[in-house]
Design a binder for this molecule. Structure first.
Ligand SMILES: [Zn+2]
Ligand SMILES: [Zn+2]
Length: 135
């Protein structure tokens, strides 16, 4: 499936639909406004120049890639001690019609902390993309 940022400078191509879309309330996800699908890096192709922001506030270290033209969050990739082949793609860049039927979850990312960086993430809600709630 194919998506793009608001200004069209950055395009994202995915090899498959995500298993689910995660809406998180943590101090990264809430301000940058992402709804995340998770992929291995080989499943994601990003074209166009992106700018980067490196999160260091807690040990879930992430680099956020965003469009320097319109500011849209594109994806995040892990780095440092968080290194793994798993990335998050902002599913808000994709046409709603193509997201229809994919499970949506809401997560209490605010509960993550350095004390328990790999602890379970509490799910606070469930829905389905396209049901009128998710976006
Ligand atoms: Zn853009
Ligand atoms: Zn989050």
């Amino acid at each position: 499936m194919k998506g793009r940022c608001a200004c069209g400078q950055v395009h994202v191509s995915l090899a498959r639909r995500p298993d689910y879309v995660n809406f998180c309330n943590c101090n990264l996800c809430r301000p940058i406004g992402g709804g995340w699908g998770y992929f291995a890096s080989a499943e994601v192709e990003i074209t166009g120049e992106t700018a980067e922001f490196g999160r260091t506030d807690i040990e879930r270290w992430l680099t956020t890639h965003f469009c320097p033209g319109c500011g849209a969050a594109i994806a995040w990739t892990p780095y440092g001690p968080n290194d793994q082949d798993r990335m998050g793609v902002n599913m808000r860049l994709f046409p709603l019609a193509e997201l229809e039927g994919i499970p949506a979850v809401w997560s209490n990312g605010l509960a993550m902390s350095d004390d328990d960086p790999d602890g379970p993430i509490e799910r606070t809600g469930h829905g389905t993309m396209g049901d009128g709630k998710a976006f």
